[in-house]
Ligand binder design. Structure first.
Ligand code: ARG
Length: 569
C-alpha cells in the first residue's frame, strides 16, 4: 500500500506535468509548520530555475489543476511560492481505515526475495551476561522485527564467543580446584577469579593458554569439559535473553567456524591473498584512499593459533552456505569498527560472499551511568545484566504494588513488562550510534518520552474500551469532530512512513519518536474530549474507532521495539 506522502506526491506530480513542468518537482512532504498546514510542496522553487519563471506563477498554475479533487481540502500558495496542503477529513479517515484493513498495517512490503542475516548478542560463553550485552540484544532484536515487518526473511544468530581463552581460563580454574561438578556455581564467580589469577600468576596463565590450545584441538578430556561448560553456560544465557524477550534462530558460535577454516585458508591461498608477516599469516586489506592506516588482518598468529578475525571470516562461508543472505547486519559495539572494516574488506577481496551482498556493521555506543562512564555497580564492577534488570524491576514493582488500580491483576507481570519497556525504550530512543545515560527515575516515569508512558497509553485505551463495550460501532462515523482528533489521525496515517524510514536507516529511534508522538497526540485528544460520557452516538462511535486504531497502530510500534503492552496499569 502506498504511503500518504506517495499518494499526494503522485497527485501533485501529475499536476506539475499537466502544466508542462517536470513531474519530479511534485514532491510532497510533511509540513514544517504544522500550525499552518499538514503538507507542503516546494517544487515551484526548483521549477523557477528550470523554466525562468517566478515560483509564485508555477505554484499557482499547479494548484489550479488540483482544485476539483476528493483528496485536497485546502491548497494555497504562500510566501514566494510554497504550496501549502491540507487534505479532506474524509480522505484522512479513509486512509487510516485502509491501514487498519491492510494485512501489514500499511507497512511497505519488499517485492524482492530478500534474506537479512543478523548477528547480534555476541556474548562470550562461560561468563554471565553483563550490561555491556544489553544494547546489542535490544537493538538487534528490534532491527530483526523491523525487517520482518517489511516482508523480509531474517535469520538471527547469537554468535557465541565460545572458542577463546575465557573457556581455557575457566577450565584451568576448575582443574586447580579439582572439582568439575559445576553444580550451582555461577560463572560470575569463576570467570572473574580465573581472569584475575591469570594476571597475577604467570604459571596459571600459561596453563589456561595450554588448555585453550588443547580443547581447540579436541583433546578428549578438555573437549568434553568444554561441552559441559557450554551446556550450562548456554542455558544461563538463554534464560537471561528470554527474560528480555530476545530470541535467536541460531545458537551458533565461533566454534562452528572451525569446519570452514580449511576452506577459508585455501580460498585465501588460491587468490594469493595470504602473505607472511613477522611469522604470522596475514591479508593486506589497506586501500589507497585510507585516511588512517588499516592494518593487515591476521589469519594465523605466529604460534599457529587463529583468532577473532579468522572465526568471523570463516563464519561468512558458513552463513553463505546456510541461507545465501542478501544482506548481513552485525549489531556490535562501535569500538569494534576497525575489526569489521578489516573483516568486511577481506570478505570482499576473497569473494567469500557474492559482490552484491551488502554487509553492514551497525555499531552502537555505550550505556553510561550518571557519571558519564560505562554503567557500573556501586563498587565499580561490571554489572551483571540480571542484576541490572532486578534493580529496575525493584523500583518499578514498588510503584505497581502501591497502586490500587491494578488490584487483582498480576502485579509481578505488570512490573516485568514496565521494566522491559523502560529499559528498551530508554535505549532505543537514542540513535544507536550514540552513547546514553541510564537514568532509572527518568526511564521509569509515567510521563514524558518513556516506555512507561506508552504502556500507560495502551492501558488507558483499554480502560476506555472496557467502559464502552456495549456501544455498537456506527459505520456512519465518518467525520472528524475536533482538532486534537485530526492531529492524532494524521500521526497514525504517517506511521507507515516512519516504519519505512526506520527500516531504510536501520534506526529504531525513528519508531520510538513516532510512538511517542502517537501517545502524546492521544493524550491531548483524550483530555479534550469526553469519550465515555459523550451523548452524540455518532461522535462517540468515531472516537471509539479512533481509540481502537490508536491501540492497534501503537501496539505495532511496541512490537517492533520488542516491548509487550500491559492490559491495565
Ligand atoms: N563475542 C564478541 C565480543 O565479546 C562479540 C561478537 C560480535 N559478533 C561478531 N560476529 N564478531 O567482543
Amino acid at each position: 500500500m502506498k504511503t500518504i506522502i506517495e499518494i499526494l506526491t503522485d497527485k501533485v506530480s501529475e499536476a506539475f506535468e499537466a502544466c508542462g513542468y517536470s513531474k519530479e518537482l511534485g514532491i510532497v512532504k510533511v509540513s514544517d509548520r504544522p500550525d499552518l498546514c499538514q503538507f507542503q510542496c516546494n517544487g515551484a522553487f526548483s521549477g523557477a530555475k528550470l523554466y525562468k519563471k517566478a515560483p509564485m506563477i508555477i505554484a499557482k498554475d499547479v494548484i489550479e489543476k488540483l482544485q476539483s479533487n476528493d483528496i485536497f481540502a485546502n491548497l494555497s500558495v504562500v510566501g514566494a511560492g510554497f504550496i501549502n496542503i491540507d487534505v479532506k477529513d474524509s480522505f484522512l479517515l479513509g486512509y487510516v481505515a485502509e491501514i487498519l484493513a491492510d494485512d501489514h498495517l500499511g507497512i511497505k512490503q519488499t517485492t524482492k526475495n530478500e534474506t537479512i542475516f543478523l548477528d547480534y548478542g555476541g556474548p562470550n560463553a562461560a561468563k554471565s551476561l553483563h550490561v555491556g550485552h544489553l544494547r546489542s540484544a535490544i537493538i538487534g532484536e528490534s532491527l530483526k522485527r523491523l525487517a520482518n515487518e517489511t516482508g523480509r526473511k531474517t535469520v538471527s544468530d547469537v554468535h557465541l564467543g565460545d572458542w577463546g581463552l575465557q573457556m581455557g581460563l575457566v577450565m584451568a580454574e576448575l582443574e586447580e580446584r579439582g572439582d568439575y561438578s559445576l553444580s550451582g556455581e555461577e560463572w560470575s564467580n569463576i570467570y572473574p577469579l580465573a581472569s584475575q589469577k591469570s594476571k597475577e600468576n604467570e604459571a596459571f596463565k600459561q596453563k589456561a593458554q595450554d588448555i585453550t590450545a588443547k580443547f581447540q584441538m579436541e583433546d578428549p578430556k578438555y573437549f568434553s569439559l568444554w561441552k559441559k561448560i557450554m551446556e550450562i553456560s548456554v542455558a544461563e544465557i538463554k534464560e537471561t535473553y528470554d527474560l528480555l524477550g530476545v530470541n535467536f534462530d541460531l545458537w551458533h558460535g565461533e566454534s562452528d567456524s572451525k569446519k570452514y577454516m580449511n576452506t577459508l585458508i585455501s580460498i585465501l591461498e588460491n587468490k594469493g591473498l595470504l602473505v607472511e608477516s613477522l611469522g604470522a599469516m596475514v591479508v593486506d586489506v589497506s586501500e589507497p584512499t585510507d585516511n588512517s592506516p588499516i592494518p593487515p588482518i591476521i589469519i594465523k598468529k605466529s604460534n599457529g593459533a587463529s583468532g577473532y578475525a579468522t572465526t568471523d571470516l570463516a563464519t561468512f562461508i558458513e552463513r553463505e552456505e546456510l541461507c545465501h543472505p542478501t544482506e548481513l547486519w552485525y549489531v556490535v559495539d562501535n569500538r569494534q569498527s576497525l575489526h569489521f572494516t578489516q573483516v568486511f574488506r577481506c570478505v570482499k577481496k576473497a569473494s567469500l560472499v557474492p559482490q552484491n551482498t551488502a554487509i553492514y556493521h551497525l555499531g552502537f555506543g555505550t550505556m553510561n551511568g550518571k557519571d558519564g562512564k560505562p554503567y557500573k555497580t556501586r563498587d565499580g564492577e561490571v554489572m551483571k545484566l540480571r542484576d541490572f534488570y532486578n534493580t529496575v524491576y525493584d523500583t518499578v514493582f514498588k510503584r505497581v504494588e502501591d497502586s490500587t488500580f491494578s488490584d487483582g491483576a498480576d502485579k509481578k507481570d505488570i512490573a516485568h513488562k514496565i521494566t522491559i519497556a523502560a529499559m528498551k525504550f530508554g535505549d532505543l530512543m537514542n540513535h544507536r550510534s550514540k552513547n546514553y545515560i541510564f537514568d532509572i527515575d527518568k526511564f521509569t516515569a509515567s510521563e514524558g518520552k518513556t516506555g512507561t508512558f506508552l504502556l500507560y497509553t495502551i492501558a488507558r485505551i483499554n480502560s476506555i474500551l472496557k467502559k464502552v463495550v456495549n456501544v455498537t460501532a456506527n459505520k456512519k462515523a465518518d467525520k472528524i469532530y475536533s482538532s486534537s482528533e485530526k492531529e492524532l489521525l494524521l500521526t497514525l496515517a504517517l506511521s507507515n512512513e516512519a516504519f519505512e524510514l526506520a527500516y531504510n536507516e536501520k534506526a529504531p529511534n525513528i519508531i520510538c519518536e513516532n510512538a511517542y508522538k502517537i501517545a502524546s497526540d492521544f493524550s491531548k485528544f483524550y483530555s479534550e474530549n469526553h469519550i465515555v460520557g459523550e451523548q452524540d452516538q455518532l461522535k462517540k462511535s468515531a472516537w471509539i474507532n479512533l481509540c481502537k486504531a490508536t491501540k492497534t497502530i501503537l501496539e505495532k510500534h511496541l512490537y517492533i521495539l520488542g516491548i509487550e503492552p500491559v492490559e491495565i496499569m
